[in-house]
Design a protein around this ligand. Structure first.
Ligand code: ZN
Length: 344
């Protein structure tokens, strides 16, 4: 039951039994994607004006009701305008935009598709000047001044995630001690789980406190590795992300890519984001990785809300924003409500 009457605030006012409802439709919390570089033909770092409406529509199509526009590595003097455009889109479009995920430019030994010539050493003054629209920063803990940067960001309420990185285990521990709470797209862009040289992936799997982002397009990560991650991590620490890019436009910031073999790639074959949607990610982990629907949905809603400190959404409970998704028995989108208003 939702308070969507005129004057209502779009929150849930009562939760009733499903008895008498439609048995082949599951009503779940709206999805939250904390890593979206772009979708289809709209690149977040270039989006302006009507592009934001199109992004909102494309997100609703996949059941995403809250999200973090993600800006990748660029020259330090190239962030101001996209960050200002996103802040304006948030002001105009409402609270579906949680805030910006800044992925780079302070990355380390596994930059992936990020332009290597634009990677930077940590600039504490630059970080301290970031506008409040920034809510999540991915950085590499092996860089000089990483722990100072993490402490300063966390003190401002910014979530810090570790990624594109090949740190020592001590560097991971120092970063977690300084307040980092996530590993960005586990397994991708990081040292792995070698039994004599455990890298960031192994450290992130072993630390029950760390959230892990997972790109479940079945290309970035093998289904078996996804299954292991879902079995190892506590149920409240798995976060499905799409890491989607404007694959039809062929750009993510300064990076150009083309879809080949099922995913956007640089000319040399390096993966450059995904063409994944969140509803497909849920179908993939349920259908191919032995993950329960409840765990999959939680990883796309409750857990990212918890990661981002969003206490007003992410579950179906009285007082929560009525962001809801109906899934049919094939786990396809059958309905989407944003603050109690049905939009799909
Ligand atoms: Zn990345």
């Amino acid at each position: 039951m939702v308070d969507d009457a005129p004057g209502g605030d779009g929150t849930i006012v009562a939760v009733c039994d499903a008895a008498g409802g439609t048995p082949d439709v599951a009503l779940v919390p709206g999805f939250i994607d904390v890593q979206v570089n772009g979708i289809d033909d709209v690149d977040v770092s270039r989006a302006a004006g009507d592009d934001w409406d199109r992004l909102a529509e494309l997100l609703l199509d996949q059941g995403v009701t809250s999200w973090c526009p993600t800006v990748i590595t660029a020259a330090l003097d190239r962030y101001e305008r996209p960050l200002a455009r996103i802040a304006e889109a948030q002001r105009v479009g409402g609270s579906s935009i949680i805030g910006v995920h800044l992925e780079g430019p302070f990355l380390g030994g596994a930059p992936g598709a990020h332009p290597r010539d634009l990677l930077a050493t940590i600039d504490l003054a630059w970080l301290s000047d970031l506008p409040p629209i920034v809510r999540l920063v991915t950085l590499a803990p092996e860089l000089a001044h990483a722990t100072e940067a993490i402490r300063a960001l966390v003190a401002r309420g910014i979530v810090v995630s570790l990624g594109h990185s090949t740190p020592s285990l001590d560097q991971v521990s120092a970063a977690v001690g300084a307040g980092a709470t996530m590993a960005t797209h586990l397994f991708n862009g990081m040292s792995g789980v070698h039994h004599r040289e455990p890298g960031l992936a192994a450290a992130a799997l072993a630390d029950d406190c760390l959230f892990v982002g997972l790109i479940a397009d079945l290309i970035h990560v093998h289904p078996l590795a996804l299954e292991l991650a879902f079995r190892i991590k506590p149920h409240d620490r798995t976060v499905l992300v799409t890491d989607s890019v404007a694959w039809r436009a062929g750009t993510a910031g300064a990076v150009g890519m083309q879809v080949r073999d099922g995913a956007p790639r640089l000319a040399d074959g390096t993966l450059a984001g995904s063409a994944l949607t969140m509803d497909a990610a849920i179908r993939n982990v349920v259908g191919h990785c032995g993950v329960s629907l409840d765990h999959a949905v939680r990883s796309a809603s409750t857990n990212p809300a918890s990661l981002m400190g969003c206490t007003d959404r992410g579950s179906i409970a009285v007082g929560q924003r009525a962001d809801l998704v109906a899934l049919d028995d094939g786990l396809r989108i059958a309905g989407v409500w944003l603050a109690g208003v049905r939009l799909r």
